[in-house]
Design a protein around this ligand. Structure first.
Ligand code: HAM
Length: 414
């Protein structure tokens, strides 16, 4: 017999399958994202993963690695160039511009989009990730900068992190622009400086220093002693609110061209996870792509991949608890109909109950319940059917309890 070529069960390179335990963890991350964002008055929005490619090619972003090398762009059947969104910021700027008259400002928005970047897959970097985006539109106040950093901080706390587990590094694009002017750098050299600073942690120190010298920027110009006034204000305000781990770091510049003011990244202090957990900043002109009168914005993105690594190395990941509370096994397929009636009553009392169809031996049915980590088991046989009383078994401890049909839901609800 010739062997038929079979398809691989591997997912596409750099993307993930989410089996129930992985999905439960993702749901936990999302629930925490939502709770914290909403606690600050942010409201949720959403948009399609497909965007016209021009959204990312627009205005001055030609140099960006993300547009040239990292987008998934294709022609649709109508010859339109389409991109799977690599980030949410251009989308939210587009949406806010489109409804600028209806939306009240300051406007607080959050979303949890799936994003796609053609990156070399490695620890902390995949070709697909979920990213919480928290953005505030319509305020130039430094208090808005403080609030955005505070949301990021409270997210980390909500995940169980202590202040010494992470550090909030603040930088300033306006400060950098000033530096570029002072040292007479051309626009191209200014751009190179941003790229160089953005890669500082990823390249050897000697390479960094020599490239910096080639650009004509003395190392001292990037000293953290030259703290700009606006950053000092943010750090002080945060300290007064109990945030002890925000610092000025002149090498934080962020790769995107649209940032104009405060920029920041949150880093894990654990040596195994030297990636940024969050990144964001102020972008006061992005909506100018759509309208002459720009609406100022500030926000950040936090990915699910890096926070998962952060939580894993600190044992902060919650244990998997399946939503199903009880599994009804049957001694023969003829009892399935009766079991369905019992399960229906349980569901009516808000107790999620799954049933076996009796196609396997009882021992194997119980193994299924264990594999699915379902905490309780009820075996339904002819006796249970005729007496309408059941034995509930705790599959972890082996403990058993007998109850009548009337008492069944009380057992789970008390
Ligand atoms: P970003 O720094 O490109 O910023 O991404 C923010 C965060 O998303 C990163 O710190 C990281 O946790 C996660 N992330 C990014 N790329 C990947 C990847 N390939 N795999 C896994 N995780 C990744 C932005 O995207 C900005 N649009 C954020 C923003 C919102 N700025 C203002 N508002």
């Amino acid at each position: 017999m010739s062997k038929k070529a079979q398809l691989s069960t591997e997912p596409y390179k750099g993307v993930r399958d989410f089996y129930p335990e992985d999905q439960a963890l993702l749901n936990y991350l999302f629930a925490t994202y939502r709770r914290v964002a909403q606690s600050f008055g942010y409201v949720e929005y959403h948009a399609s993963v497909l965007e016209p490619a021009e959204l990312y090619k627009a205005k001055g972003s030609e140099n960006e690695e993300i547009v040239n090398e990292q987008t998934y762009t294709f022609l649709d059947r109508g010859e339109r160039e389409v991109t799977l969104r690599p980030e949410m910021t251009p989308t939210v700027a587009r949406m806010v511009s489109a409804k600028r008259r209806e939306l009240g400002f300051p406007l607080r928005l959050f979303s949890i989009p799936n994003l796609f970047r053609y990156e070399r897959p490695q620890r902390g970097r995949l070709r697909e990730h979920w990213q919480l985006n928290v953005d505030l539109f319509g305020s130039k106040s430094v208090d808005a900068d403080v609030e955005i950093v505070l949301v990021a901080y409270e997210l980390m706390r909500a995940f169980g992190a202590q202040d010494n587990d992470f550090v909030i590094k603040l930088g300033s694009r306006s400060h950098l622009d000033q530096l570029v002017r002072e040292h007479g750098l051309s626009a191209v050299a200014g751009r190179e400086l941003i790229n160089l600073l953005d890669r500082k942690g990823k390249i050897p120190k000697e390479e960094f220093d020599s490239k910096l010298a080639t650009l004509g920027v003395p190392e001292g110009a990037l000293s953290s002693d030259n703290e700009p006034e606006d950053i000092a204000k943010v750090i002080k305000a945060l300290e007064e609110l109990g945030v002890s781990n925000a610092v000025f770091d002149p090498s934080i510049v962020r790769g995107f061209d649209y940032y104009t003011g405060l920029v920041f990244e949150i880093f894990d202090t654990h040596p195994d996870n030297n990636r940024a957990l969050f990144g964001g900043g102020r972008y006061d002109n992005l909506t100018a792509l759509f309208d002459d009168e720009p609406i100022v914005g500030i926000g950040f993105g936090m990915g699910d991949v890096t926070i998962r690594d952060f939580l894993a190395v600190r044992n902060l990941l919650p244990p998997y608890i399946p939503p199903t509370r009880v599994y009804l096994a049957v001694t023969s397929p003829e009892l399935v109909q009766f079991a369905m009636g019992v399960a229906k009553e349980l569901r009516e009392a808000n107790i999620p109950a799954g049933i076996d169809f009796g196609e396997k031996k009882l021992g194997d049915q119980i193994k299924t319940a264990t594999k699915h980590a379902i905490p309780f088991l009820i075996v339904i046989g002819e006796n249970e059917q005729s007496s309408n009383s059941f034995t509930i078994k705790d599959l972890k401890t082996g403990e058993e309890k007998s109850v009548t049909r009337e008492e069944l839901s009380n057992f789970f609800n008390s």
